[in-house]
Design a protein around this ligand. Structure first.
Ligand SMILES: O=C(O)CCC(=O)C(=O)O
Length: 226
Protein backbone atom coordinates (compact mmCIF):
# COMPACT_ATOMS: atom_id res chain seq x y z
CA UNK A 1 0.00 0.00 0.00
CA UNK A 2 1.16 3.52 -0.83
CA UNK A 3 -0.23 6.60 0.88
CA UNK A 4 0.66 10.23 0.36
CA UNK A 5 -0.87 13.51 1.45
CA UNK A 6 -0.62 17.28 0.93
CA UNK A 7 1.18 16.80 -2.37
CA UNK A 8 -0.94 19.36 -4.27
CA UNK A 9 1.62 22.14 -3.93
CA UNK A 10 4.20 20.06 -5.86
CA UNK A 11 2.19 18.11 -8.44
CA UNK A 12 0.70 20.09 -11.36
CA UNK A 13 -2.07 17.58 -12.08
CA UNK A 14 -3.25 17.78 -8.48
CA UNK A 15 -3.21 21.59 -8.62
CA UNK A 16 -5.27 21.47 -11.82
CA UNK A 17 -7.81 19.29 -10.06
CA UNK A 18 -7.97 21.64 -7.08
CA UNK A 19 -8.23 24.90 -9.02
CA UNK A 20 -9.72 24.00 -12.42
CA UNK A 21 -12.06 21.02 -11.94
CA UNK A 22 -15.76 21.31 -10.92
CA UNK A 23 -14.87 19.77 -7.51
CA UNK A 24 -14.89 23.02 -5.50
CA UNK A 25 -18.23 24.08 -7.00
CA UNK A 26 -19.73 20.65 -6.21
CA UNK A 27 -18.51 20.89 -2.62
CA UNK A 28 -19.95 24.40 -2.32
CA UNK A 29 -23.32 23.46 -3.76
CA UNK A 30 -23.67 20.27 -1.70
CA UNK A 31 -22.74 21.99 1.56
CA UNK A 32 -24.76 25.12 0.78
CA UNK A 33 -21.65 27.20 1.43
CA UNK A 34 -20.93 30.66 0.08
CA UNK A 35 -17.18 29.96 -0.06
CA UNK A 36 -14.96 26.92 -0.40
CA UNK A 37 -11.31 26.65 0.68
CA UNK A 38 -9.17 23.68 -0.22
CA UNK A 39 -7.85 21.73 2.79
CA UNK A 40 -5.63 18.88 1.56
CA UNK A 41 -5.34 15.85 -0.71
CA UNK A 42 -4.61 12.23 0.21
CA UNK A 43 -3.96 9.32 -2.16
CA UNK A 44 -4.48 5.65 -1.32
CA UNK A 45 -2.90 3.11 -3.69
CA UNK A 46 -3.20 -0.64 -3.07
CA UNK A 47 -1.84 -3.48 -5.20
CA UNK A 48 -4.09 -6.37 -6.29
CA UNK A 49 -5.15 -8.63 -3.46
CA UNK A 50 -4.16 -6.14 -0.73
CA UNK A 51 -5.87 -7.08 2.53
CA UNK A 52 -5.36 -3.77 4.30
CA UNK A 53 -8.78 -2.47 5.26
CA UNK A 54 -9.29 1.15 6.30
CA UNK A 55 -10.58 1.09 9.90
CA UNK A 56 -14.03 2.63 10.46
CA UNK A 57 -13.64 6.23 11.56
CA UNK A 58 -14.73 9.86 11.16
CA UNK A 59 -12.40 12.51 9.71
CA UNK A 60 -13.26 15.91 11.08
CA UNK A 61 -12.77 14.99 14.77
CA UNK A 62 -9.07 14.35 13.93
CA UNK A 63 -8.47 17.51 11.99
CA UNK A 64 -6.86 20.83 12.91
CA UNK A 65 -10.14 22.50 11.94
CA UNK A 66 -13.67 22.19 13.29
CA UNK A 67 -16.95 22.60 11.45
CA UNK A 68 -19.96 20.81 10.01
CA UNK A 69 -19.30 22.19 6.51
CA UNK A 70 -16.42 19.87 5.68
CA UNK A 71 -16.37 17.20 3.03
CA UNK A 72 -14.18 14.72 1.21
CA UNK A 73 -14.43 13.77 -2.44
CA UNK A 74 -13.49 10.07 -2.77
CA UNK A 75 -12.51 9.50 -6.40
CA UNK A 76 -11.25 6.08 -7.57
CA UNK A 77 -9.00 6.21 -10.66
CA UNK A 78 -9.72 2.56 -11.58
CA UNK A 79 -12.94 0.50 -11.57
CA UNK A 80 -13.85 -0.60 -8.05
CA UNK A 81 -16.38 -3.16 -6.86
CA UNK A 82 -18.90 -2.31 -4.17
CA UNK A 83 -17.30 -4.76 -1.71
CA UNK A 84 -13.85 -3.17 -2.22
CA UNK A 85 -14.98 0.47 -2.16
CA UNK A 86 -15.14 2.89 0.76
CA UNK A 87 -18.39 2.33 2.70
CA UNK A 88 -20.48 4.73 4.81
CA UNK A 89 -23.03 4.74 7.65
CA UNK A 90 -25.74 7.10 6.33
CA UNK A 91 -26.75 9.84 8.75
CA UNK A 92 -23.87 9.21 11.17
CA UNK A 93 -22.49 12.70 10.53
CA UNK A 94 -25.39 13.97 12.66
CA UNK A 95 -24.77 11.75 15.74
CA UNK A 96 -22.83 14.46 17.57
CA UNK A 97 -21.18 11.94 19.93
CA UNK A 98 -17.42 11.71 20.48
CA UNK A 99 -16.35 8.13 19.76
CA UNK A 100 -13.10 6.51 20.80
CA UNK A 101 -11.60 6.35 17.33
CA UNK A 102 -8.75 4.24 16.03
CA UNK A 103 -5.35 5.97 16.26
CA UNK A 104 -4.12 6.08 12.64
CA UNK A 105 -0.72 7.30 13.88
CA UNK A 106 -0.10 3.64 14.78
CA UNK A 107 -0.13 2.80 11.07
CA UNK A 108 2.68 5.19 10.22
CA UNK A 109 5.47 2.87 9.07
CA UNK A 110 8.25 5.44 8.70
CA UNK A 111 9.36 5.41 12.31
CA UNK A 112 8.05 8.89 13.11
CA UNK A 113 5.68 7.47 15.66
CA UNK A 114 5.21 10.78 17.42
CA UNK A 115 3.59 12.24 14.27
CA UNK A 116 -0.18 12.48 13.89
CA UNK A 117 -0.91 10.63 17.12
CA UNK A 118 -4.49 11.03 18.33
CA UNK A 119 -5.74 9.68 21.64
CA UNK A 120 -9.48 9.99 22.18
CA UNK A 121 -9.56 7.97 25.41
CA UNK A 122 -9.87 11.05 27.66
CA UNK A 123 -12.64 12.74 25.67
CA UNK A 124 -14.56 9.85 24.14
CA UNK A 125 -18.12 9.42 25.35
CA UNK A 126 -18.38 5.89 23.98
CA UNK A 127 -16.47 3.22 22.08
CA UNK A 128 -16.58 3.25 18.29
CA UNK A 129 -19.41 0.93 17.22
CA UNK A 130 -18.44 -2.45 15.76
CA UNK A 131 -19.94 -1.78 12.33
CA UNK A 132 -18.51 -4.91 10.68
CA UNK A 133 -20.30 -7.08 13.25
CA UNK A 134 -23.69 -6.07 11.77
CA UNK A 135 -23.38 -3.86 8.66
CA UNK A 136 -27.08 -4.26 7.83
CA UNK A 137 -28.15 -2.85 11.19
CA UNK A 138 -26.03 0.24 10.50
CA UNK A 139 -27.42 0.52 6.96
CA UNK A 140 -23.91 0.51 5.47
CA UNK A 141 -23.76 1.64 1.82
CA UNK A 142 -21.09 1.49 -0.89
CA UNK A 143 -21.19 1.32 -4.67
CA UNK A 144 -19.59 -0.20 -7.77
CA UNK A 145 -17.71 2.73 -9.27
CA UNK A 146 -15.94 3.60 -12.51
CA UNK A 147 -13.17 6.17 -13.12
CA UNK A 148 -15.03 9.48 -13.28
CA UNK A 149 -17.45 8.54 -10.49
CA UNK A 150 -16.95 10.06 -7.07
CA UNK A 151 -18.60 10.09 -3.66
CA UNK A 152 -18.79 13.33 -1.70
CA UNK A 153 -19.21 12.72 2.02
CA UNK A 154 -19.49 14.91 5.10
CA UNK A 155 -16.27 14.58 7.09
CA UNK A 156 -18.17 13.59 10.23
CA UNK A 157 -19.74 10.53 8.60
CA UNK A 158 -18.55 7.11 9.76
CA UNK A 159 -16.68 5.50 6.90
CA UNK A 160 -14.20 2.70 6.32
CA UNK A 161 -14.05 -0.88 5.20
CA UNK A 162 -12.39 -0.21 1.85
CA UNK A 163 -9.31 -1.89 0.46
CA UNK A 164 -9.72 -5.56 1.23
CA UNK A 165 -9.19 -6.37 -2.43
CA UNK A 166 -10.06 -9.30 -4.63
CA UNK A 167 -6.98 -10.99 -6.14
CA UNK A 168 -7.68 -9.48 -9.58
CA UNK A 169 -8.22 -5.90 -8.40
CA UNK A 170 -5.90 -3.08 -7.49
CA UNK A 171 -7.20 0.24 -6.21
CA UNK A 172 -5.94 3.81 -6.68
CA UNK A 173 -7.96 6.58 -5.09
CA UNK A 174 -7.46 10.35 -5.09
CA UNK A 175 -9.23 12.06 -2.22
CA UNK A 176 -9.58 15.78 -1.66
CA UNK A 177 -10.85 17.64 1.42
CA UNK A 178 -12.87 20.87 1.21
CA UNK A 179 -13.90 23.46 3.79
CA UNK A 180 -17.08 25.56 3.83
CA UNK A 181 -18.57 28.48 5.74
CA UNK A 182 -18.67 27.38 9.40
CA UNK A 183 -15.13 25.96 9.54
CA UNK A 184 -12.61 27.44 11.98
CA UNK A 185 -9.05 26.52 12.98
CA UNK A 186 -9.05 24.25 16.05
CA UNK A 187 -6.04 22.78 17.89
CA UNK A 188 -7.13 19.65 19.76
CA UNK A 189 -5.49 18.54 23.01
CA UNK A 190 -6.08 14.88 22.09
CA UNK A 191 -3.83 15.28 19.01
CA UNK A 192 -4.61 15.76 15.32
CA UNK A 193 -4.23 13.74 12.13
CA UNK A 194 -2.96 15.27 9.98
CA UNK A 195 -1.60 17.72 12.54
CA UNK A 196 -1.40 21.08 10.77
CA UNK A 197 -0.97 23.14 13.95
CA UNK A 198 2.72 23.97 13.39
CA UNK A 199 2.38 24.98 9.74
CA UNK A 200 -0.84 26.88 10.50
CA UNK A 201 0.98 28.85 13.19
CA UNK A 202 3.83 29.57 10.75
CA UNK A 203 1.22 31.03 8.37
CA UNK A 204 -0.26 33.22 11.11
CA UNK A 205 -3.40 31.11 11.57
CA UNK A 206 -4.64 30.60 15.12
CA UNK A 207 -7.58 28.78 16.72
CA UNK A 208 -10.86 30.48 15.86
CA UNK A 209 -9.60 31.87 12.54
CA UNK A 210 -11.19 31.01 9.23
CA UNK A 211 -8.85 28.80 7.17
CA UNK A 212 -7.12 30.82 4.47
CA UNK A 213 -3.71 32.03 3.24
CA UNK A 214 -1.92 30.16 0.43
CA UNK A 215 -2.02 27.05 2.67
CA UNK A 216 -5.82 26.69 2.30
CA UNK A 217 -6.63 28.70 -0.82
CA UNK A 218 -10.13 29.96 -1.48
CA UNK A 219 -11.06 28.14 -4.67
CA UNK A 220 -14.75 28.92 -5.10
CA UNK A 221 -17.25 31.61 -4.14
CA UNK A 222 -20.96 31.46 -4.91
CA UNK A 223 -21.09 35.19 -5.65
CA UNK A 224 -18.44 34.92 -8.36
CA UNK A 225 -20.08 31.81 -9.82
CA UNK A 226 -23.50 33.51 -10.17
O1 LIG B 1 -9.77 5.09 0.63
C1 LIG B 1 -9.55 4.71 1.78
O2 LIG B 1 -9.25 3.54 2.05
C2 LIG B 1 -9.66 5.66 2.93
C3 LIG B 1 -10.21 7.00 2.59
C4 LIG B 1 -10.60 7.78 3.79
O3 LIG B 1 -10.80 7.27 4.87
C5 LIG B 1 -10.75 9.22 3.68
O4 LIG B 1 -10.54 9.79 2.60
O5 LIG B 1 -11.10 9.86 4.68
Amino acid sequence: MFWDSQAWQGIDEYRQFVFDSPAARLAGQLMGSAHINFFFDAVFVRSAGSQFTTPWHQDEPYWSVKGYDTCTIWMPLVPVRKQNALAYVPGSHRHGAVYNQYNFGNLNPDGKMDVDQVDFTEIAEQGFPDIDADPERFGVVSWDMQPGDCVVFNSRIMHGGSGKLDEDRDLSVFTSKWLGDDVRIEFRDCGMDPDHSAIMTEHGLKPGDQPGTDLYPRVWSRAQAD
